[in-house]
Design a protein around this ligand. Structure first.
Ligand SMILES: Nc1ncnc2c1ncn2[C@@H]1O[C@H](COP(=O)(O)OP(=O)(O)OP(=O)(O)O)[C@@H](O)[C@H]1O
Length: 626
């Protein structure tokens, strides 16, 4: 018979990313190392909640003991133990959970760290929280002994945080009866974490509201005393809860260390009963644009944690953190069935509407705070204009924009519509990647001259929603680089003077340019959107917006064969002089081509044929200097 003493620990290497993360933790200069305790308590609480949930499906799983977390201090051995009676881990669970990085957020964090300098590194650790591995900031050896609920075996995982870990079976009498024991062999300079006062203060400050009670034993054989009661914060009346309590809770549920910008705490009554405690963070989480990132709202049923994958909010609200606790959903239902539940659809709808109406109130009551919110999450919220047809009008109302008249301030569409000129029927916008360049683009000269505000849209998502046939307050969105500008009915603002009528030769010149350019453009026409530049490119009325075309091309999905329209300024000196030349003049043909090249360059593009462009330019300059 093999006894436990015959079994040798197996040594394994960490996944490369974990090794990097550990190196960072071991050598961390981060001054607020206290966060490790918050991370370990959060894991222990999650494990208790998972067991509570699994025991609903598998009656008899677990001992039936009240869920709890016990912290034991051992100043003599400089050891700190955090034990829980939760779900526990099997050997395979340990290899998977403690040897690899599963969290997409941690991967994003690692990418940021790779580019950061020392000082910023420390700040990033502080903001982010890096889960279990943060234990290595304070310990030079960590042991995890665990027994998975419902099994008869237990294992010990141990590591010094230096590239490898060991894993071995342990006798059941050396393991917790149920759950996990994490033992930290503290570094010399971390002895303070064996002091009762320090730990008590930290637990109350950082983890005071985890929904599992925490008790503390001062010595290995001392009796543990309760320090937090594990009551669910969201079940208490709002008036009893201080903003510090909300912040602590937000930090423990969101894993972020900033303050919430907005806290929503309410109870829905009537057809369905549920409580919501949700937060909008102040700063962007690292993985906001990670394609795998979905919502982070937890679903509870009568205070029992069910899942954080119930997609309680639409994707474009994925920055909202918190929970919904339903009184009506059945407890004994699988996570898969919960997804399908009509009750949950009603909750989803209710919560999303409430978040949006709170944002609306926020925008009215605190414009500056809202502007900060918009800086952080506006680009995400705008995805909804495209994805959530039913809430389009609401989302457009919540959206803020920079424009040709707003400087660095944000404008709402309500402001825009109020400032529309007489006879202006559309909301004009330009899309691109750089606000300054957009503001200087030739396509908006005519709008500026007429005092027409143009929205300058620089988020990639803008090209998608703005071109999808949206309107606001009955006014359609119209790209300044698409179709006819139709500015004839709006006179230039005072001081600019009415434009001189185009000379008759210009019509003939336009026809000439069209012949010269042939298939390179779909049309050439006189422009009313140009005032100072000679030429610009726009998309045809039914073509797709030029910026969207560029975005699609960059992702390999360019619609083939789209050709732009070249617009010429009939009042520009260059145009009128070229128009006056005989068609046979070589410089007239060169001039026609150069106008197209120039328009491409003004859009930040290359001329279609760079070599031919250089030759042409050289010919024209040589002639000018002759
Ligand atoms: N006390 C524990 N009991 C059971 N499993 C645990 C325990 N501690 C850690 N684990 C397992 O290890 C995994 C990794 O933990 P880690 O703190 O690094 O990230 P996480 O908890 O998954 O992420 P987050 O902190 O964002 O919730 C957990 O997901 C869990 O599966």
């Amino acid at each position: 018979m093999t006894t436990m003493t015959d079994v040798h620990p197996e040594t394994r290497a960490f996944e490369a990313d974990v090794a990097k993360l550990l190196h960072l933790m071991v050598h961390s200069v981060y001054s607020d190392r206290d966060v490790f305790l918050r991370e370990l308590i959060a894991n222990a609480a999650d494990a208790c909640e998972k067991l509570r949930y699994e025991a609903l499906q598998t009656p008899g799983l677990g001992s039936g003991d009240t869920p709890g977390i016990t912290i034991t201090l051992d100043p003599e051995a400089r050891r700190l133990t955090i034990a829980d009676n939760g779900i526990g881990m099997s050997e395979a669970d340990m290899i998977e959970a403690l040897g690899t990085i599963a969290r997409s957020g941690t991967k994003a964090f690692m990418d940021r760290i790779a580019a950061a300098r020392d000082a910023e590194e420390a700040r990033l650790i502080g903001q982010f929280g890096v889960g279990f591995y943060s234990a290595f900031m304070v310990a030079d050896r960590v042991e995890v002994v665990s027994r998975r609920a419902g099994t008869d075996s237990a294992h010990r995982w141990a590591s010094e945080g230096l590239g490898t870990y060991t894993i071995e079976p342990v006798a059941l009498e050396d393991a917790p009866a149920q759950g996990t024991r994490v033992v930290l062999h503290l570094k010399e300079d971390a002895a303070t974490y064996t002091e009762r006062l320090t730990i008590e203060r930290l637990v109350k400050a950082q983890s005071g509201h985890v929904p599992v009670p925490v008790a503390l034993a001062e010595k290995p054989d001392a009796e543990a005393q309760g320090i937090t009661d594990g009551s669910a914060l969201w079940t208490r009346p709002k008036s009893d809860i201080t903003s510090e309590e909300y912040t602590d809770f937000y930090r423990s549920v969101a894993g972020q260390f900033d303050e919430p910008a907005l806290t929503l705490h309410y109870r829905a009554e009537g057809l369905h009963e549920y409580s919501v405690l949700a937060f909008i963070p102040e700063t962007r989480p690292f993985d906001l644009f990670d394609p795998d990132r979905s919502g982070r709202m937890k679903l509870y049923v009568r205070r029992i944690f069910i899942t954080d994958e119930a997609d309680l909010l639409p994707r474009y609200l994925r920055f909202v953190r918190g929970l919904v606790d339903s009184a009506d959903l059945p407890l004994n239902v699988s996570r898969e069935m919960i997804q399908e539940s009509p009750l949950l659809s009603a909750i989803r709808k209710g919560v999303a509407n409430r978040v949006l109406s709170e944002l609306d109130k926020f925008a009215t009551s605190d414009a500056q705070g809202y502007a900060r919110f918009w800086d952080a999450f506006g680009a995400v919220l705008k995805e909804g204009i495209y994805e959530d047809y039913g809430r389009r009008e609401t989302l457009l109302g919540l959206s803020r924009f920079h424009s040709t008249t707003s400087g660095s301030d944000w404008r709402s569409l309500k402001d825009y519509v109020a400032a529309m000129r007489e006879n202006q029927t559309a909301i004009y916008y330009a899309t691109g990647t750089d606000r300054d360049r957009l503001a200087a683009s030739p396509q908006i000269e005519g709008f500026r001259a007429r005092g027409i505000e143009v929205l300058l849209l620089t988020d990639p998502v803008d090209s998608f929603w703005a071109g999808s046939g949206v309107d606001y307050d009955g006014k359609p969105f119209k790209s300044v680089t698409q179709g006819q500008a139709d500015l004839g009915l709006i006179p230039p603002v005072e001081g600019e003077g009415a434009p001189a009528p185009a000379a008759p030769e210009t019509e003939a010149f336009i026809a000439f340019v069209k012949t010269v350019l042939g298939e390179d453009v779909s049309d050439v026409r006189a422009s009313d959107r140009l005032t100072t530049s000679a030429a610009c490119l726009v998309a045809s009325e039914n073509g797709i917006d030029r910026q969207l075309e560029r975005l699609l091309a960059a992702s390999g999905r360019a619609p083939s064969g789209t050709r732009p329209v070249l617009e010429l300024n009939p009042r520009h000196d260059l145009v009128t002089r070229l128009a006056a030349l005989p068609d046979a003049a070589e410089i007239k043909t060169d001039g026609a081509r150069l106008l197209l090249d120039e328009a491409h360059i003004a859009d930040g593009e290359l001329p279609t044929d760079a070599r031919a462009f250089a030759d042409r330019l050289a010919r024209v300059l040589a002639k000018a200097l002759a």
